[in-house]
Design a binder for this molecule. Structure first.
Ligand SMILES: Cc1cc2nc3c(=O)[nH]c(=O)nc-3n(C[C@H](O)[C@H](O)[C@H](O)COP(=O)(O)OP(=O)(O)OC[C@H]3O[C@@H](n4cnc5c(N)ncnc54)[C@H](O)[C@@H]3O)c2cc1C
Length: 330
């Protein structure tokens, strides 16, 4: 059975949702031959959760450089720690949750480990000697079937491609400490400032629900409606290029080919036409609700539920209904 190693990304002390999805998929393929790779200042915080996801072995590099708020950009220490872990774990496949971290370190690790890499795949299978995967290309307009042979093969998996499912581990977690110390002098870059996230407190990549605004949201009143709806649904706020160009939403909330890729359970597209470049960033969403006053808008082709109408009438009615429901349930 090929050995699979999953890089588990930790944010604010918690394993990220895409990491849990990657763990679940690997467990499905590899059973007990799946191990977790963790680089953290306080790894023990996630041991219990790893066991809940059926993981029986974790390779752990502990160093203060990984502490939240560290002034050292994480790319260099993470790549160094994961290379050490991979040396010790000797996996056939290393799986990363796709995202900014993977984008930053996958190439560097592939070079360092002389390993083939399959970035940003939405499906993958492991066979003796390699990996076969499906990868959305040309703004998710086509799927490419790709195959890499060798050991290890590095794979980054798009969020939302598989469900994160708990599965009790049969035996207690074996923790393998991997000797690692990052010399801060090795880092040639310094983190100067972290500006506040754009999604009103809910991380776009983690969010189960996303409310995204388009150019149809044309003023402060529309922006308030989006934010109020998002707050009531516990959603993160995203935006299309059209809404960002209008100056109402920050660039960090951009979803699409040149922005973030999200795959929430529910994606609410408000006043968004559904251009290919936008759809590229939300095509894996499970349920799509589109609100657009043009019944022929392309976004309706991607919608599970479509509401053809003016957002300035629909959103207030929706918000009112949600408030009424919340009040009724105490
Ligand atoms: C190389 C490249 C990369 C790109 N990358 C991205 C990307 O990453 N993300 C992205 O989003 N775009 C990207 N774009 C831009 C993309 O092509 C579209 O121009 C953009 O997505 C349009 O944004 P929009 O849907 O908000 O605006 P529009 O296309 O102007 O659509 C606005 C929609 O709002 C509806 N509307 C208007 N008023 C109301 C109302 N009162 N109530 C309800 N509906 C209303 C209209 O019917 C219309 O459908 C990229 C383009 C290029 C060339």
């Amino acid at each position: 059975m090929p050995r699979l190693l999953v890089f588990v990304e930790i944010r604010e002390g918690r394993m990220t949702r895409p990491s849990l999805e990657a763990l679940s998929r690997c467990r499905e393929i590899g059973g007990t031959s799946v191990a977790a790779a963790i680089a953290s200042d306080a790894p023990a915080a996630c041991f219990e959760a790893l066991a809940r996801y059926g993981i029986e072995e974790a390779f752990v590099a502990t160093d203060p450089v990984f502490a939240p708020g560290s002034r050292i950009p994480q790319g260099a220490p993470l790549a160094a720690a994961l290379a050490r872990i991979a040396e010790q774990a000797a996996p056939d496949v290393v799986v990363f949750p796709s995202g900014e971290t993977a984008r930053e370190i996958l190439g560097a690790l592939a070079v360092r480990m002389a390993a083939p890499a399959l970035p940003d795949v939405s499906r993958f299978d492991v066979f003796e000697g390699g990996v076969e995967a499906a990868r959305p290309v040309f703004a998710a307009g086509f799927m490419a079937r790709v195959r890499a042979e060798g050991a290890p093969v590095l794979v980054s998996l798009r969020g939302g491609s598989y469900a994160a499912s708990e599965y009790p581990a049969a035996s207690p977690l074996r923790v393998r400490d991997v000797p690692f110390a990052f010399d801060e002098k090795q880092s040639r870059t310094t983190l100067r400032k972290v500006t506040a996230g754009a999604s009103g407190g809910v991380d776009l990549a983690e969010a189960a629900v996303v409310v995204a605004a388009g150019r149809g949201v044309r003023d402060e009143q529309g922006k308030r409606l989006i934010e109020e709806l998002a707050a009531l649904l516990g959603a993160a706020v995203g935006a299309s290029r059209g809404a960002i160009e209008a100056g109402l939403f920050p660039a960090a909330s951009l979803i699409g080919q040149t922005g973030k890729t999200v795959a929430p359970d529910v994606y609410v597209a408000v006043g968004i036409s559904g251009a290919l470049q936008h759809v590229a960033g939300m095509a894996d969403s499970r349920t799509v609700i589109a609100v657009n006053k043009d019944p022929d808008a392309p976004v309706f082709r991607h919608a599970t539920y479509g509401i053809a109408g003016d957002l300035y009438e629909i959103l207030p009615a929706w918000i009112k209904a949600l408030k009424k429901k919340a009040a009724a349930s105490g």
